[in-house]
Each structure stands twice: as structure tokens, then as C-alpha cells.
Design a protein around this ligand. Structure first.
Ligand SMILES: CC(C)(COP(=O)(O)OP(=O)(O)OC[C@H]1O[C@@H](n2cnc3c(N)ncnc32)[C@H](O)[C@@H]1OP(=O)(O)O)[C@@H](O)C(=O)NCCC(=O)NCCS
Length: 301
């Protein structure tokens, strides 16, 4: 068995393997969806072209029996997200999951030193792999989904919710870094990304909360970040902001859905989302090559 870059035929075989393996939570990687069309669209949307990072495990017969790839941010967060690995069966997993991840890590740009894997708890092979690598499991996170059918239950948008401006970056950064330390995107990256929706709450230059989300390659809305300033929490500000960002994403989503992921221990956020009619869709665990920082409020996975 060799682990190598993929030629065109091996790429097609790897894609078929990835699509087949993504269809079950017992073998799927949580960064990609479960539907064939969505998986391809999400791969094509990665910042690092997947055709370049793809590595395949190939039997002497030429059969592709394993695959892995990565996405990385060598500019700001210096992190990588290992997609997969995927193998044809458990025996191949036991022998090649670790070498596949090492093949993905070997090609990372210099300075990218924090790495992450993610899968449902049902993917027990991923937990074994993380332990073999010496990586740390994060707490359980819950994926929630709202659809257009849910939206009639939501309160009115907060009247002071509006699109964030570059001048508000320092205030948003302060909230973002405190609520989501060590997360996968900086506040500067959120504001610089014109395809995103980033809203703030507040008057006269004061930012009392912010929320940011995007439309994923498969057309689903995804709300990544929402926080109220610590000194303003518990006063009923969150629902108006959540309504505004949820409606915005729903309106832009071709699937008519908004997804989000929340740490199951984040009681305030879980109550907020369930009160809005967001429905539990899946569970997932992250596995990180570095110890998890402490969030001041609670964090998305
Ligand atoms: C989650 C968060 C946005 C809630 O904001 P908030 O201003 O405290 O919430 P509000 O006062 O507007 O309350 C809205 C609803 O949230 C829920 N909630 C808020 N605080 C809660 C708490 N301490 N315990 C349980 N539910 C709580 C309730 O459902 C509440 O509705 P209710 O008052 O009708 O019961 C805020 O705690 C925060 O910014 N946390 C840090 C960042 C974060 O964790 N974001 C979510 C990531 S998934």
C-alpha cells in the first residue's frame, strides 16, 4: 500500500469513496455534508483546492482504499482542518488512518501548527484515531437547523440590528475574541468576507452584540457566531439579533435552511435556539492537536 498524490483516475475513485463514506455518521467527517451533490460543492468551495491536498492510499492492484485532504489558514489563525480520513473498511482504517492524517499534515504550509478533525460520536474510529495521534476531544456539540416553516415563530428583528461597518471592527473583535477564543476565523476575516452577513446591535458607535453567518456551497445557511456583550447579557437582547440574522440567512439560502452548531454545555445558547424552534439535527465531536482554550461565555464547535 502506498500513500500518494492522486492522478485524475485516483481523484475520481477518491471522490466516489468520499461521497459513499459521508452518507453515514459512523464514517463521515463533520466538515462536509452527507448528500453527494453537496459534498462535491463543499469540496470545490474550500480555500485550499482539494485536488491539490488530496492524498490517497492505493493498493498494489491500483485500487484506491483511502483518502484524506485538508483546508488550512496560513495567514491569520494558522490552523488546519483535516477532512476525512475516509477508508473502504475498518481494517484499512486501522492500518492507514494515522498514516493518511500524517500525509495531510506533511504538506501543510509552514507555521500551520494547530490541527483539527471532527465527526459524530458514532464515528468511533475517529475517536481511536485522535487518541493514537495524541489529540484532545472537545465537548459534545449539537447541530441545529431552522427552516422557513419555523420562521413565523420568531419575534421581530431588533430595530437597531444593522450591517457591521469596518469602523466597528475593534468593538466586534473584542466581543468575538472573548466569546470564541481560538476559533477558526478572526473578526477581521468575518468583516472582510463580502459573501458573509455580519450584523451588529447598538447605537452611537457602541456595539452591544454581533452575529455573523454565510451561505455554504450546498446552499444551506450557516450561523457561525452570535454574542451579546457580557455586561448586556440577560436583558432580552439576543432574540432580536437572532431573528435578524436568521431571517437574513434564510432569505439567502436556496435550501431554505439555517444551521448552527453549539456546545451542549452552553445552556443559555441552547435555550435561546430551542426557544426559536431550531431543531436538533446531529451531534459532533471535535478532536484538536492542542488543548482547548477557555471561552468566557460558550462557543461554537
Ligand atoms: C447566548 C447569548 C447570546 C444569550 O444572550 P443574552 O443577552 O444573555 O440572552 P437574553 O437575555 O436575550 O435571553 C434570551 C433567551 O436566551 C436564553 N437564555 C439567556 N440566558 C440564559 C441562561 N443563563 N440560562 C438559560 N437560558 C438563558 C433564554 O431562552 C432567554 O429567553 P427567556 O428570557 O424568554 O427565557 C449570550 O449568553 C452570549 O453572548 N454568550 C456568549 C457567546 C455564545 O455563547 N454565543 C452562542 C454560541 S452557540
Amino acid at each position: 500500500m502506498t500513500i500518494t498524490r492522486a492522478d485524475a483516475d485516483q481523484r475520481d475513485a477518491a471522490l466516489a469513496l468520499i461521497v459513499a463514506t459521508q452518507s453515514s455518521p459512523r464514517t463521515a467527517c463533520a466538515y462536509l455534508g452527507t448528500e453527494a451533490d453537496g459534498v462535491r460543492a463543499e469540496l470545490d468551495d474550500l480555500d485550499t483546492p482539494w485536488q491539490e491536498t488530496l492524498r490517497v492510499a492505493v493498493e498494489p492492484s491500483g485500487r484506491v482504499v483511502g483518502a484524506v485532504l485538508h483546508d488550512a489558514d496560513p495567514e491569520e489563525t494558522m490552523r488546519s482542518w483535516i477532512h476525512g480520513p475516509w477508508t473502504v473498511d475498518e481494517q484499512t482504517w486501522s492500518a492507514y488512518a494515522v498514516p493518511l492524517v500524517r500525509a495531510a499534515l506533511d504538506q501543510l504550509p509552514p507555521g500551520v501548527e494547530q490541527h483539527e478533525l471532527s465527526a459524530a460520536p458514532a464515528h468511533t474510529g475517529m475517536a481511536r484515531l485522535a487518541a493514537d495521534l495524541g489529540w484532545h476531544a472537545t465537548g459534545l456539540s449539537i447541530a441545529y437547523q431552522a427552516t422557513t416553516a419555523t420562521a413565523h415563530r420568531w419575534p421581530a428583528d431588533a430595530p437597531d440590528a444593522r450591517v457591521a461597518t469596518p469602523a466597528e471592527l475593534p468593538a466586534i473583535s473584542a466581543l468575538h475574541d472573548a466569546a470564541f477564543p481560538g476559533t477558526y476565523a478572526t473578526a477581521r476575516q468575518l468583516l472582510a468576507d463580502e459573501a458573509r452577513s455580519t450584523l451588529v446591535l447598538g447605537h452611537d458607535g457602541e456595539v452591544t452584540g454581533y452575529a455573523s453567518g454565510e451561505i455554504q456551497a450546498d446552499g444551506a445557511g450557516y450561523l457561525d457566531f452570535l454574542a451579546i456583550a457580557p455586561e448586556r447579557r440577560g436583558r432580552g437582547l439576543a432574540p432580536g439579533l437572532l431573528a435578524a440574522i436568521s431571517r437574513e440567512l434564510l432569505a439567502r439560502s436556496s435550501q431554505g435552511t439555517v444551521n448552527l452548531v453549539v456546545d451542549e454545555m452552553n445552556a443559555a445558547a441552547v435555550a435561546l435556539y430551542e426557544g426559536f424552534g431550531y431543531v436538533r439535527d446531529a451531534e459532533l465531536l471535535g478532536y484538536r492537536s492542542w488543548p482547548q482554550p477557555q471561552a468566557s461565555g460558550g462557543s461554537f464547535a
